[in-house]
Design a protein around this ligand. Sequence first.
Ligand code: PAF
Length: 284
Amino acid sequence: MQVCHSVRELRAFLAHHPQAKVGFVPTMGNLHAGHCQLVTQAKQLAEIVVVSIFVNPLQFGVNEDFGSYPRTLAADCEQLEAVGADVVFAPTVTEMYPDFDGQDLRQAVVIQPPALANELCGASRPGHFVGVATVVAKLFNMVQPQVAVFGKKDYQQLMVIRALVRQLNFNVEILAGETVREPSGLAMSSRNGYLSATEKTQAAQLYQQLQRIKQALLAGQRDYASLCKQAVAGLNQQGWQVDYVDIRRQTDLTLPDANDQAWVVLAAARLGGTRLIDNCEVSL
Ligand code: PAF
């Protein structure tokens, strides 16, 4: 497995395999079983799999965890080697953003994603999806993959990336990877590492609330607002600070009406100092 820190090195490696189908898994590192599954998925479709590891300053708000986000390159590389990744691309901030410091957007060429990016997580994290869309567009230009795999755990991100690819004509197929969960139901996330042992047990409550809404939808309930309100109240009572619980259309995250048959229930909430997100698809 080759580790590249510069775009030049990455391009030199890829130039040696001009005919190979390239698969790509973008990450911010601190990898877990969910990331490994995305790599395995990419391996099944591509001859060369590139995994990027880059903690992207542009997608963090000023009071967020950019500084403390775990950087664990050596351990990440061990895991990636074990699942058969071919290239790890781990650029520095200066390599990724040569003309600005990664913070002051006025110096940067950025991608403005569609209005969906201002709802749900975009409402609680203004500018987050501008950062995501910009770095992913840059990574696509650097890696030039034929296929890229994104986890469904970041469901809204997946929709923003699909819009980016469609509207900017990137020649890449976007695939979705299923969320990998702890036995408790807690979705695997790099941010789970911030939780204390007690909080980690409690964190499964987010998944449980989503499951309650799923069962209610399957049982025919269509009062979406009241289902979400109950879940928010339940989480608040259990000591969470809820950003949102919402039910949207699976296809494009627009608001469903009573005739819809395929939804995604999405939630974001803080437990102690840790913000967690999760979602579950529900189809009749
Ligand atoms: O999902 C993530 O880890 C990040 O948002 C991504 C897609 C790697 C962009 O920085």
